[in-house]
Ligand binder design. Sequence first.
Ligand SMILES: NC(=O)c1ccc[n+]([C@@H]2O[C@H](COP(=O)([O-])OP(=O)(O)OC[C@H]3O[C@@H](n4cnc5c(N)ncnc54)[C@H](O)[C@@H]3O)[C@@H](O)[C@H]2O)c1
Ligand SMILES: O=C(O)C[C@H](O)C(=O)O
Length: 328
Amino acid sequence: MTTKRVRVAVTGAAGQIGYAILFRIASGQMFGTDTEVELSLLELPVALGALEGVKMELDDCAFPLLKNIKCTDKMEEAFDGANWILAIGAVPRKDGMERADLLKVNGGIFGPLGKAMASHGASDCKLFVVGNPCNTNCLIAMESSGLPKERFFAMTALDENRAKTQLAMKAGVDVTEVTNMTIWGNHSATQYPDFYNAKIGGKSAAEVITDTEWLSGEFISVVQKRGAAIIKARGASSAASAANACVQGVYNLTHDTPAGETFSMCLASKGEYGVDEGLIFSYPCRVEGGILKVVEGVEHNAFGQEKFQTTLEELRSEKASVKEMGLI
Ligand SMILES: NC(=O)c1ccc[n+]([C@@H]2O[C@H](COP(=O)([O-])OP(=O)(O)OC[C@H]3O[C@@H](n4cnc5c(N)ncnc54)[C@H](O)[C@@H]3O)[C@@H](O)[C@H]2O)c1
Ligand SMILES: O=C(O)C[C@H](O)C(=O)O
């Protein structure tokens, strides 16, 4: 029986990821089949025509859970009463760019976004950032909003899925055998996909896959550079897999986590693992009884510590850059 209703604002709703995600949200895959959905779609004025076409297609699906669709080019209107804001609207990188190269282009979107979230979002409004560079964009929105830091998230679920599949293929097992696959740090080429603490059939991936050279070399590099490889191959950045990860990421935040499992999520550090308080850092997380927790006590060997430090330093330097740009 349907008992709940959620209002979801999606920015960049007529873009590639928008087109891949809206139908999945409306079908109940993000919030569950017991939750009705109201969609509030934000686009640039130039894309409002295309957005109208997307709305027509949503209407044509006759989704039982979809109760309202609003299309607008005004952020305040889009965020009015929103319980969740999915911040997808931003420029994607092109071949040869790093995600951080987008800070100058996209960073400016996120200050006004944080302010509009604070002034118009519902009292429990949460932000999930997909637009790159997602960690630091999320930091800008959080700092600009003045809202509690617990309501801000950025996406490493896609990196986690990529890493799981690479490990499963190498071990010759089904992908469901791979658990506890944590991405530490930044959604960038410095992220640390932690194969030592990941499990295959309940054992450390580093015990099951004995090719340590592959794990510490090719595996990490493939996951770190997968976004760039897709841009090169497709001529456009990942869209369906990014939408899938966003659906999964918000689902993970809104449902209790199965026993023994963890998921990767970028959130404001409270100093866990020595990360500067307030940096948007990807950690292993769990939701228990509706409460989100960073899983503590995960150990890193010297190799892991070095990788951890590298991604932490990068996030510190992105924060310093946006400070210099006057964005925070
Ligand atoms: N975190 C991740 O894992 C991940 C994965 C894939 C893509 N991304 C990022 O997601 C973003 C979107 O990717 P895409 O492929 O959908 O791009 P896209 O260009 O297809 O779509 C982006 C849409 O956003 C709109 N837009 C731009 N600025 C806006 C603003 N200020 N307000 C509202 N809408 C705005 C554009 O009109 C466009 O329709 C990019 O920054 C990309 O790098 C992140
Ligand atoms: O890599 C990109 O620029 C897009 C996205 O962040 C990805 O990881 O696919």
